[in-house]
Write a protein that binds this ligand. Structure first.
Ligand code: NAD
Ligand code: DAU
Length: 377
């Protein structure tokens, strides 16, 4: 079946994995990757698919309503997967307005353009889908009631039997929204607009809320790539507070597979939580990361431990995220594929074998890549 799918934020971390998956898996689809190429967007992430016939790139701002109307019409879009966003919590603390602009107004402009185009098309909303990618951070913070970790109550349903958990509660699709950072507040707001477009106009929409992703092509401001980059350069590893905050980590390709499943088989108007049943205290994760990175670099064990530096905590730092993804597992047959140690080692090896990518992305060189590749098209 031929389809024209608009993937926004496709030059970013998760977006580039989703674009790659769709371009390779669905040769009959036309994949339109749309991205504003902010500091976080990098077309080099898509170098392996950019010459494919079923791939097109559009540089545009999702908050530009006229531009979104043009794209919907020009490419006769019948499916939207919205990953474009300002995504870094620390940046949202210093510049909340950019987050409201892109995450709230941008999502709204995209919704409006899709609604207008689809409502006036012959089949109306039939066969259309607006899929919004959200985050577990909209649910706020979970209590840490098992500080030393325990066996999760979901082990019978999870592929992570025996994995430690730091509390007895999890984020489910029914959890109330309780965002604490400007980032999560902007994502929560965009989720509400998506649901409002379903409830008010009957637009087919679906939302997924995922936990922390890790893997290749993540901008090195986020914990894992930042720390790998700093270890290779012998720079301090700034652990916020005492490093006791807990995150639930998922390999990015597992998220991309979940997005594929939900886009094709998710129920319209529904919500799916995506997570790895893989909780780690930051300090334990950092120690493991140091160990793996030193091993891959050929350093003696413990060589980079002295780089760990405890710094002032992030304001409003959520204590614990943990996702209950049983609905997605039972309903659509999704499973996380990698054990964390395996995924982490794969990730460390990727960054250390892509040191030029790391150097370019941190120096802004990748902007020149865009100019060379696309200025004459
Ligand atoms: P990212 O920052 O790596 O990528 C975001 C992309 O959006 C970049 O390519 C950027 O250029 C583009 N963009 C920003 N503003 C834009 C605009 N106004 N118009 C068009 N493009 C714009 O982010 P990511 O980590 O890949 O996250 C992608 C999505 O997934 C976000 O919506 C984020 O909230 C969500 N999410 C991320 C994680 C995670 O752990 N990274 C987890 C759950 C959900
Ligand atoms: O949970 C999903 C979210 O995960 C996504 O919605 C966000 O887009 C994504 O950025 C991520 O948010 P976090 O704030 O959890 O990710 P980050 O990598 O910034 O931080 C992970 C943890 O590590 C967090 O508890 C803060 C801590 N940290 C982070 C940095 C960058 C440090 O201790 N030191 C650091 O330098």
């Amino acid at each position: 079946m031929k389809r024209n799918i608009l993937i926004t934020g496709g030059a970013g971390f998760i977006g580039s994995h989703v674009v790659r998956l769709f371009v390779n898996k669905y040769p009959d689809y036309r994949i339109i990757c749309l991205d504003l190429l902010t500091y976080a967007g990098n077309l080099e992430n898509l170098a392996d698919v950019e010459h494919r016939e079923n791939y097109a790139f559009v540089k545009a701002d999702i908050a530009d309503l006229d531009a979104m109307r043009d794209v919907m019409k020009k490419y006769d879009i019948d499916g939207v997967i919205n990953l474009a966003a300002e995504s870094h919590v620390d940046r949202s603390i210093t510049d909340p307005f950019s987050f409201a602009r892109t995450n709230v107004m941008g999502t709204l402009a995209l919704l409006q353009a899709a609604k207008e185009y689809w409502m006036q098309s012959p089949g109306g909303f039939d066969g259309k889908m607006f899929y919004h990618i959200s985050t577990d951070e909209v649910y706020g913070s979970l209590p840490v009631d098992c500080p030393d970790g325990t066996v999760p109550p979901f082990s019978a349903h999870s592929s992570r039997e025996g994995q430690v958990a730091y509390g007895s509660s999890y984020f489910t699709e029914q959890s109330a929204y309780s965002p604490h950072s400007p980032y999560s507040a902007s994502k929560a707001s965009s989720d509400h607009f998506v649901r409002a477009f379903h409830d008010t106009y009957g637009m087919p929409t679906v939302i997924s809320n995922c936990s922390n992703n890790y893997g290749p092509y993540q901008f090195p401001e986020k914990l894992i790539p930042l720390f790998i980059n700093n270890i290779r350069k012998g720079l301090p590893l700034p652990v916020y507070g005492k490093g006791l905050n807990i995150r639930d980590w998922l390999y990015v390709e597992d998220h991309a597979r979940a997005i594929d499943l939900i886009f094709h088989n998710g129920s319209p108007s529904d919500t799916y939580n995506i997570g790895g049943f893989n909780e780690w205290k930051n300090i334990d994760l950092v120690r493991l990361l140091v160990k793996v990175t030193d091993r891959v670099l050929g350093n003696p064990e413990g060589y980079s431990e002295h780089l760990i530096t405890f710094v002032t905590d992030r304001p409003g730092h959520d204590a614990r995220y943990a996702i209950d993804s049983r609905k997605l597992q039972a309903g659509l047959g999704w499973e996380p594929s990698l054990q964390f140690e395996e995924g982490l080692e794969r990730t460390v090896r990727w960054y250390l074998s892509h040191q030029e990518w790391l150097d370019r992305i941190t120096s802004g060189e990748y902007v020149k890549y865009y100019e060379t590749m696309y200025s004459n098209r």
